[in-house]
Design a binder for this molecule. Structure first.
Ligand code: SAH
Ligand code: SF4
Length: 358
């Protein structure tokens, strides 16, 4: 029989389980903190538990954190990418971006995590989408990535772990794995556990409209980012195939609703693909499409995947940005992080080790 896996359980679940073993409930608190706050993966480390209980736990349970099987550092911008192996040998990647070495004042630490192994949406510019879909991640596998990234961040002396932001921008479409993603958000937030403020958590979606409404009802102050990538349905149908199911006339009102209930401004991500969606006309059309919405546009110059480099020239990026700003939109440009180790947006895959070139 497989041993009970603890990572992914909330405190209530752990208490119920420990009570069934005939142990006092406060033991669950201790184990919970060892796992979520201290990243312990072995009961032997839990030195404040009686020896007898540690032995019992070894026999019946496992912490079950994902195994870090590879770690890569981008020497230029200090981004770290972890390749993690799950219980069924599937693999996912997670990325830690330390605050920019060019701009220490920003003082940010961002962990980018995956919600699925692969992704069923299949956007043509995204390595994950091109690799197909394998399965959803469990809440424990999502939180396990954050624990691994946190342990990584703690290795460096001057990190401010309290400044850790989490973005669901790794592999997969989080809103197609709603229940487990939501459970992971509660676990990340729990002050008795990882204690990450909801305001520091961002979920990025390709636009699963019914789930955006559902998320709005949860009334959690997490940030929503929507991968827009095109201002009209014709183009968006090609770039984000999910648009055929949920076109812009449905997506934009859902975003408005999210803003109204969360009071948090929605971010619209817009990949810039040379000569595809980066023309001045499309910038004008985008400004019209977002008119009246409290929105932030985050432009992401395309990162190369499968050998294809579709990034526009700096002049094209500048003129697209300028038009949006002239039309009154707030615009940010996402710095490409981790490009040297294929850790930048859209470059994660890790579907199968045999597919990896290194
Ligand atoms: N599935 C979700 C979250 C993961 S992708 C989503 O699509 O929103 C996170 C962001 O990276 C998305 O905005 C996605 O469109 C973008 N992205 C994917 N491939 C990219 C690439 N090659 N270059 C730049 N950004 C990319
Ligand atoms: Fe999936 Fe997002 Fe990649 Fe599209 S961009 S294939 S939705 S992970």
């Amino acid at each position: 029989m497989e041993k009970k896996r603890l990572c992914g359980q909330n405190l209530k679940e752990m208490e119920d389980w420990i009570a069934r073993l005939g142990e006092p409930r406060y033991r669950a608190h201790q184990i919970y903190q060892w796992i979520y706050q201290r990243g312990a993966n072995d009961f032997a480390q839990m030195t404040d538990l009686p020896k007898r209980l540690r032995a019992l736990l070894q026999e019946t349970a496992q912490v079950g954190l994902p195994t870090v099987i590879k770690q890569q550092l981008d020497p230029e911008d200090l981004t770290v990418k972890l390749l993690l192996e799950l219980k069924d040998k599937q693999r996912v990647e997670a990325v830690l971006m330390p605050y920019s070495n060019l701009d220490f004042s920003r003082n940010r630490l961002t962990g980018c995590i995956s919600s699925q192994v692969g992704c069923p949406i299949g956007c043509p510019f995204c390595a994950t989408g091109q690799g197909g879909f394998i399965r959803n991640l469990e809440a424990g596998e999502i939180v396990g990535q954050v624990i691994a990234l946190r342990q990584e961040a703690l290795k460096s002396e001057n990190t401010l772990i309290e400044s850790l932001n989490i973005v669901f921008m790794g592999m997969g479409e989080p809103l197609l794995n709603y229940a487990e993603v939501l459970k992971s958000i509660y676990l990340l937030h729990d002050p008795k556990g990882l204690n990450i403020s909801l305001r520091r958590i961002t979920l990025s979606t390709a636009g699963v409209v019914p789930r955006i409404y559902q998320l709005a009802q949860e009334e959690l102050p997490i940030n929503l980012a929507v991968s827009l990538h095109a201002p009209n349905n014709d183009l968006r149908n090609q770039l984000v195939p999910l648009n055929r199911r949920y076109p812009l006339e449905e997506l934009i009102p859902a975003c408005r609703k999210y803003f109204e209930s969360s009071k948090r401004r929605v971010t619209f991500e817009y990949i810039l693909l040379n000569q595809v969606n980066d023309t001045e006309d499309l910038a004008e059309e985008l400004a019209l499409r977002l008119k009246g919405l409290p929105a932030l546009v985050n432009l992401i110059p395309a990162n190369p995947t499968n050998g294809a480099d579709q990034r526009p020239s700096p002049e094209r990026i500048r003129s697209f940005t300028r038009i949006l700003k002239t039309r009154g939109l707030e615009v940010t440009l996402r710095e490409g992080r981790g490009g040297n180790i294929a850790a930048a947006c859209g470059q994660l895959r890790a579907r199968d080790s045999s597919l990896r070139s290194e």
